[in-house]
Design a protein around this ligand. Structure first.
Ligand SMILES: NC(=O)c1ccc[n+]([C@@H]2O[C@H](COP(=O)([O-])OP(=O)(O)OC[C@H]3O[C@@H](n4cnc5c(N)ncnc54)[C@H](OP(=O)(O)O)[C@@H]3O)[C@@H](O)[C@H]2O)c1
Length: 276
């Protein structure tokens, strides 16, 4: 499906690197069919040493004649890039953005022409091909476009799902704050392990193992995490004593507030873009 398709990655940053590596690893795309653009020549040189693809300093050159073009710049740079593409916007090219927050209407009004368009939110875990990519498609896309996008993000994700555009912002923020919360939790647990007398390396591997096993346990059963917590805590035992402190210090409420704060912040970014 992707074989023979010319793919452009616009903005040679971290995510473009992850996508290029995924595409090369999959062997679905020939390196000559992949072109990457960036405004700094030194970044393109660095990129080409990591992934041997064609490069250009001109975003419009990368876009022109591509079957699929992926916008990999940050939201702040998106307006400028779309202005460069506007004169050559082509309904034959499937345009995909991976930028967080910007609605489809932003791209459509900036380009001034209807093109097949996908808002994608790839997984943070692209390098290990884990997690889920979410896709929201505009009315100009066909089943073939969906198949192309699914195949492409399937090279860096375990799953690819389609959702209405109204859901993709919550999907994004909830996903990133969940990951961040687990990292904070792991970091704190490793420190706690050291404080109760474990060597740092032992504390690190024990905490990691327990977090992975706990997640696998939830995935393997129909029980809610709260039911598993009940099973874990022997009445009058030691674990429930620790859980009592977590409740007193409002750990659950703090985690929820973190997700809500990130969601509010994403809304502020969106309204700034709407106003500009
Ligand atoms: N990182 C993640 O885990 C993740 C996950 C999902 C989605 N995303 C989305 O993916 C996008 C890229 O994220 P990232 O982490 O890869 O960021 P990044 O590393 O900063 O990549 C963006 C690249 O675009 C370059 N750029 C800026 N203006 C440009 C222009 N006019 N033309 C060409 N290139 C330009 C930047 O160069 P300079 O740095 O020199 O300005 C940078 O190298 C963002 O929109 C983000 O919302 C990221």
């Amino acid at each position: 499906m992707l074989e023979g398709k010319r793919i452009a990655l616009i903005g040679a940053g971290v995510m473009a690197e992850v996508m290029a590596l995924g595409l090369m690893r999959s062997k679905l795309v020939d390196p000559v069919d992949l072109i990457v653009s960036h405004y700094r020549p030194e970044r393109l040189e660095e990129f080409a040493t990591l992934v041997p693809v064609r490069t250009t300093l001109d975003n419009a050159e990368a876009y022109a004649g591509s079957d699929i073009a992926v916008l990999c710049v940050r939201p702040q740079a998106m307006g400028q890039v779309l202005d460069e593409l506007r004169p050559i916007a082509d309904p034959q090219t499937l345009l995909i953005t991976i930028a967080a927050g910007l609605p489809t209407s932003f791209y459509e009004s900036r380009l001034g022409v209807s093109v097949p368009f996908v808002r994608a939110m790839p997984t943070f875990f692209g390098r290990i091909k884990a997690g889920t990519t979410g896709l929201a498609l505009n009315a100009a896309t066909t089943t073939e476009h969906l198949a192309l996008a699914s195949r492409m993000f399937g090279t860096i994700s375990e799953n690819v799902i389609v959702m209405p555009e109204e859901e993709i912002d919550a999907f994004t923020t909830f996903g990133s704050t969940t990951t961040a919360t687990v990292y904070v939790l792991l970091d704190a647990l490793i420190t706690a392990g050291s404080l109760v007398g474990m060597r740092h390396q032992a504390s690190h591997s024990r905490a990691l193992e327990q977090v992975i096993a706990a997640a696998r346990n939830v995935a393997a059963t129909d029980k809610l995490p709260s039911q598993l917590l009940d099973e874990l805590c022997t009445p009058g035992g030691v674990t429930v004593e620790g859980v009592k402190v977590l409740e007193e210090r409002a750990m659950r409420g703090t985690v929820i507030d973190g997700v809500l704060a990130a969601t509010r912040r994403a809304g502020e970014f969106r309204s700034k873009t709407d106003a500009s």
